[in-house]
Design a protein around this ligand. Structure first.
Ligand code: SF4
Ligand code: SF4
Ligand code: SF4
Length: 235
């Protein structure tokens, strides 16, 4: 089975629907409209809850198949990217923790009314406006430039939302089983996160996007529903 076509269709539908809703919410930034901020909050809340609910079963499936920003990075930035290797420091636990703490602090400050850009008496609107603004700012300042200089999904190496999913994915059911590998590394070249499927030590970041499955000419990688956390590699 080739997953590429299925993934493309699902990603494009996700991007089309979410771009429309996000554009409405982002318009609230120019008009300071609480109702539009709340649309933004419901939308981003839906995305966050979707990712969190899927992670314990399917790992970061959300990131690989559905997340609108992930699709944007793949489809829009992908063709522009210089595709350099993702710097190791951005993949360290320390850096991921730092980003998670920074984002949580910013959200907390915004809710306490210290947000200099957005002011609203409605707490939900304040939160929605903040999240919409953060999505735009982090995409323009970080995800976009990093995706052009390095691999398109560089942001996803430390995105707080993706990191939370990785933490929840440790006991996931959907895993990749590797059998008969000749270590040609073709799959690693195609992996958006530069993961080595034969190294099970850090694959909680796996998107289950199945690009490696498509890339392996020997058909050595099989997606498997497994109740065991043990590595499923036999070479
Ligand atoms: S890591 Fe973040 S931005 Fe990237 S696909 Fe996942 S949730 Fe979306
Ligand atoms: S899993 Fe397949 S593509 Fe990946 S290193 Fe092994 S043989 Fe090569
Ligand atoms: S290891 Fe395979 S399924 Fe996981 S992110 Fe990389 S290419 Fe996608």
């Amino acid at each position: 089975m080739n997953y590429k076509n299925h993934r493309q269709k699902i990603q494009l539908v996700s991007l089309a629907i979410s771009s429309l809703i996000f554009a409405v919410a982002a318009y609230g930034l120019f008009t300071n409209n609480d109702r539009l901020f709340i649309i933004g909050l419901i939308f981003i809340g839906f995305l966050v809850i979707g990712g969190i609910l899927l992670a314990p079963l399917f790992g970061r499936f959300w990131c690989g198949w559905l997340c609108p920003r992930g699709v944007f990075l793949d489809r829009v930035l992908g063709p522009l990217s210089m595709n350099r290797r993702i710097p190791k420091i951005l993949r360290t636990r320390g850096f991921k923790n730092m980003m998670l703490v920074a984002m949580t602090l910013l959200l907390g400050l915004s809710l306490l009314g210290y947000n200099p850009v957005l002011r609203s008496d409605n707490l939900l609107a304040q939160m929605g406006g903040f999240l919409v603004l953060m999505c735009i700012v982090s995409t323009i300042l970080l995800a976009g430039p990093l995706g052009i200089i390095f691999k398109p999904r560089t942001w996803c190496s430390f995105c707080p939302m993706g990191y939370i999913q990785s933490l929840l994915a440790k006991k996931r059911l959907l895993r990749l089983h590797v059998d008969g590998c000749v270590e040609c590394k073709l799959c690693q070249q195609d992996c958006p996160m530069e993961l080595d499927v034969t190294d099970t030590s850090d694959n909680d970041d796996c998107f289950n996007c199945m690009k490696c499955v498509d890339a392996c000419k020997r058909r050595s990688i099989t997606p498997t529903i497994s109740l065991t956390e043990k590595p499923t590699v036999s070479v």
